[in-house]
Design a protein around this ligand. Sequence first.
Ligand code: NAX
Length: 330
Amino acid sequence: MSSAKPIVVAVTGAAGQICYSLLFRLASGETFGNRPVHLKLLDVDVPEVQRGLEGIAMELHDCGFDTLQAVTCTGSPEVAFEGASWALLVGAKPRGPGMERNDLIRDNGPIFTGQGRALARGAADLRVLVVGNPCNTNALIAASNCPGVPAERFTAMTMLDQNRAVAQLAQKAGVTNADVSNVAIWGNHSATQYPDFENALIGGKPVTEVISDHEWLRGPFIKTVQQRGAAIIAARGKSSAASAASAAIDHVKAFEQATPAGRFFSAAVVSDGSYGVQKGLISSFPLRSDGKGGYSIVQGLPVSDFARGKIDATVAELVQEREVVKDLLG
Ligand code: NAX
């Protein structure tokens, strides 16, 4: 075990299915290299759930990772977020049968007001990833209830959408995922998101040159990515878990490491008005990280009329979601 100061990583919803994949990869060295990790597991303050967390902590220790320094199990957001450099907000209530999206937004929103306030206890370099749905709007709620932390530090996950889009493009072109780059996801992590094939590359060439079936790109490709979550529930009877955890690891690594030259990745961050996205919304953009805690929205990508319509539609949904939770915004 290294004597370096551990990075404190708080994870909410730690007793849930995504975290059962996620926690082990945060602890193993895969995400933070050889830096020691102190994991703080937060879930609801209910005895059987907390007992479950103790079991997960036992398993984490039993993996014998060189990098895992400590595990704290708690039902208190204040304890979980104290000193955290990363807070991964995975915990939320799932959408029940027949539940409308707005009901889910109202149901989960209050979780993120309290957690937002508690995030003020994070480390000076705190970064927040919201996975729990509706993740863009939950990130907006958390950020607006945590005035001590700059809104730029709050992000929501669209990396799973990016990975899904990459896999679809690779399969269609008969190449490997590694050949596909620069797939921007725009807007909301929802069925209105726009996976942008027009700026994406396969083997360094525009996707539209490599894949001649443009009808597929404009139709089935977009629809498959937008509805992949529902397709997995229909097939598996449960929502995506291992792939969501894998995307969360990719998201953290994308911010921790400098983005290679000429590349970008997707995450939802606070809009500065770029690409006509209303300022202040948490919307997905193509980003580059400097690997030192800073990131920027990639500027100057061409946006066709087709893309403009799709981006405007998903941003309109974010505006509507913000309206639904306006009383929760601090
Ligand atoms: P599970 O229902 O398996 O686990 C959720 C966990 O959160 C439970 O252990 C629950 O007790 C806990 N929880 C609830 N309220 C909490 C609170 N106030 N504080 C701390 N913990 C709390 O769900 P799982 O499959 O792990 O999914 C978690 C969230 O990820 C859901 O909201 C889901 O919709 C969302 N997803 C987001 C994705 C994305 O790309 N952004 C993709 C995957 C996933 O659908």
